[in-house]
Design a protein around this ligand. Structure first.
Ligand code: UDP
Length: 345
């Protein structure tokens, strides 16, 4: 049984990946520092799969703890999610982002070298493309400057991994996610960040549940069909499946290059207003919203060509936008129910 380390395994995408790895027969170990997650996610993973993953609370910047972990645990592959991800916050606190996202990555890569671990999957983002000139985006689309420090940590991360894999003869895949949405079919895992959500879908579901008064649509003066920005919304369960396929691809040595890149998107671009409408239609609800100015750092349009992932990883998205909208809402409702269940002391 191959032992896979998932850093950030209690986060939104990481937790879904842990579940599908366990279901595919991998022995999963999680490292997480609870910076944007909770121990409840670990319990929910156990409820879904019946398997308790090994868990270590480690901040990856803590080199001593990281080293102690790798000394004691034999690992066959690493899927590295652990990173800060709030675009707006990264503009306010760039050094926190550079230190956390890059130092954590460097410590993990150094351990790969020291403890002879060959396979690495990096959680990257379509933000590395910046505002691409051509749609849909393919992996060869030239990278523009990422707009935010967050996006830059992903672009720099890819550069670091590229140099490292060449020099040390390691194998890596960088998965560039477009906009993940939806939740696990049990509604036990989903997009639950601490504080006010930055991303569109959790903001919509929190507005639907009454936690937020209204959604603010950032910009209606883009050159798109309805003036709002276009993104590629792809179901988190489909994204999770791609990690298992990417891992098997590396373990079976199917890669030609030391570092290979794959876009993970649905292939379809949707405007913000189309997403609001899709959510309303799928759940028979109304979302109050107002239009405001563009958000700093936002691009007009991004959607993926995923044919490389289809050809090499045999991956393709299976979940409709309607289902993602439904599961996102069911997850939010369940969160609310759980809050109500907490007894008063
Ligand atoms: N968006 C919005 N209101 C919000 C959050 C997001 O209008 O409260 C828009 C945002 O400007 C972008 C799209 O929704 O056009 C997706 O934003 P998100 O932050 O989810 O992902 P991004 O593509 O920026 O990483």
């Amino acid at each position: 049984m191959k032992k896979i380390l998932v850093t950030g395994g209690l986060g939104y995408i990481g937790s879904h990946v842990v579940v599908v790895l366990q279901e595919a027969g991998f022995d999963v170990t999680i490292i997480d520092d609870f910076s944007n997650s909770s121990i409840k996610v670990l319990e929910n993973i156990f409820l879904i799969t019946g398997i308790k993953p090994s868990f270590f609370e480690i901040d990856l910047k803590d080199k001593v703890k990281v080293d102690t972990f790798f000394k004691a645990n034999k690992i066959d592959g690493i899927i590295h999610f652990a990173a800060y991800k709030a675009v707006g916050e990264s503009v306010q606190k760039p050094l926190d982002y550079y230190r956390n996202n890059l130092e954590g990555l460097l410590n993990v890569l150094e351990s790969m070298e020291q403890y002879q671990i060959d396979n690495f999957i990096f959680s990257s983002s379509c933000s590395v493309y910046g505002q691409a000139d051509q749609m849909p985006i393919i992996e060869k689309t030239p990278l523009k400057r990422a707009e935010s420090p967050y996006g830059k940590t992903k672009a720099m991360g890819e550069e670091i991994i590229s140099d490292f894999t060449k020099a040390m003869n390691k194998n890596a895949i960088s998965l560039r996610y477009f906009n993940p949405v939806g939740s696990h079919k049990s509604y036990l895992l989903g997009d639950k960040s601490s504080g006010i959500p930055n991303n569109l879908l959790p903001y919509i579901t929190q507005t639907a549940s009454g936690l937020r008064e209204q959604l603010i649509v950032f910009g209606k003066d883009y050159e798109t069909k309805d003036g709002t920005a276009i993104r590629d919304y792809v179901d988190v369960n489909d994204i999770a499946d791609a990690h298992v396929l990417a891992l098997q691809y590396l373990l079976h040595k199917k890669n030609k290059d030391k570092l290979e890149f794959f876009n993970l998107g649905s292939g379809t671009g949707s405007t913000v207003l189309e997403i609001i409408e899709a959510f309303e239609r799928a759940n028979n609800l109304k979302i109050p919203y107002t239009i405001s100015n563009r958000r700093e750092g936002d691009i007009q349009e991004a959607y993926a060509d995923f044919s490389k992932a289809k050809e090499k990883l045999h991956w393709q998205p299976k979940t409709s936008l309607e289902i993602s909208m439904k599961t996102a809402w069911e997850f939010e409702k369940k969160l609310k129910e759980n809050e109500f269940k907490i007894p008063n002391h």
